[in-house]
Design a protein around this ligand. Structure first.
Ligand SMILES: Nc1ncnc2c1ncn2[C@@H]1O[C@H](COP(=O)(O)OP(=O)(O)O)[C@@H](O)[C@H]1O
Ligand SMILES: [Mg+2]
Length: 283
């Protein structure tokens, strides 16, 4: 019997369109589940697909949908334990460091006094302060000195949501005008891109330009270790090139890839569909 993949989604982006096309080419059935239109009631829900692929733009909705399907015995990719690590940059850093995967120094603090001490421990300014649950390079602050630190933290304290009051601080890493994004499925790096930008924030959502990055042994090794550290699945790694070798900055668990298929000449969407089918077959 052929597999049906349920795609849990909110807005359908170009990425989801590519996944749908790749499934069509492989004669794999897709069931689109707009989670905004669903009633997740365990007593009444009728599930008519074999495996779920979580692709929600909204992390909160995606998490609730994932937890719901797991509670009724449906496998979700990525599973909730992988997602709960990767959605939070601080938790990701803790898992990476625990598994001895090279990653920039970091700390979490809840007030300015501890922030100053933690930056001292890290070797001083500059540092980067990020919302632990952010994406698309939003609300990142590069802090070059104590004046900027005090100003940014006071703004967060006074104006921020409760989430903004957890200060995730990371050592600023000098990069060669680019970083690397590696696409990793089931521990294997299928392709990678460089993201070049004159700005220190290189996200393609912020104007970074994607070109093919050959997958070296160093990239595939660190990506495998990082994938193992957080529990595997369909992931993408943000990687920094430093004088001391590669470092994993963060791990994305519902990665956007539509601008990366052309430069890498790789069907990331196809690999995603193939992995979902493999998981469904092994259930
Ligand atoms: N510690 C850092 N040192 C240097 N550049 C950084 C650092 N942290 C983030 N950046 C830059 O900002 C980008 C976005 O940061 P990231 O942690 O990946 O958050 P997001 O979830 O918004 O993508 C990174 O891809 C990188 O270019
Ligand atoms: Mg990133």
């Amino acid at each position: 019997m052929s597999t049906t993949i349920g795609i849990l989604h909110t807005t359908i982006r170009g990425d989801e369109k590519l996944i749908i096309e790749a499934a069509k080419k492989r004669n794999i059935q897709i069931k689109l589940i707009d989670v905004r239109e669903e009633i997740f009631n365990r007593k009444t829900y009728k599930c008519d697909f074999d495996v779920a692929l979580e692709r929600c733009v909204s992390t909160v909705k995606g998490t609730h949908a994932t937890r719901f399907f797991e509670s009724i015995g449906v496998a979700v990719i990525n599973n909730s334990s992988v997602a709960s690590v990767c959605e939070d940059k601080f938790v990701t850093s803790c898992f990476l460091q625990k598994a001895k995967v090279p990653t920039p120094d970091f700390a979490m603090v809840f007030n300015t006094e501890q922030a100053v001490k933690s930056i001292d421990e890290m070797g001083g300014f500059p540092v980067v302060i990020k919302p632990p649950l952010g994406s698309w390079g939003r609300l990142l602050a590069k802090i070059n000195d104590i004046d900027a630190l005090e100003a940014v933290l006071e703004h967060k304290e006074v104006l921020g949501s409760p989430q903004q009051k957890s200060f995730y601080i990371q050592q600023f890493v000098k990069k060669p005008g680019r970083d690397i994004r590696a696409f990793v499925i089931d521990g294997k790096t299928i392709c990678a891109i460089y993201r070049d930008s004159p700005h220190w924030i290189t996200n393609t959502a912020r104007g970074g330009v994607a070109t093919n990055c050959p997958v070296s042994k160093e990239i595939s090794d660190i990506s495998k270790s990082a994938s193992d550290a957080v529990g595997g699945g369909i992931l993408s790694m943000d990687i920094f090139e430093t004088d001391d070798g590669l470092q994993i900055n963060e791990i994305n668990h519902t990665t956007e890839f539509k601008n990366s298929e052309k430069p890498t000449n790789t069907s990331i969407s196809g690999a995603i569909v193939d992995y979902c089918v493999k998981v469904a077959k092994n259930l």
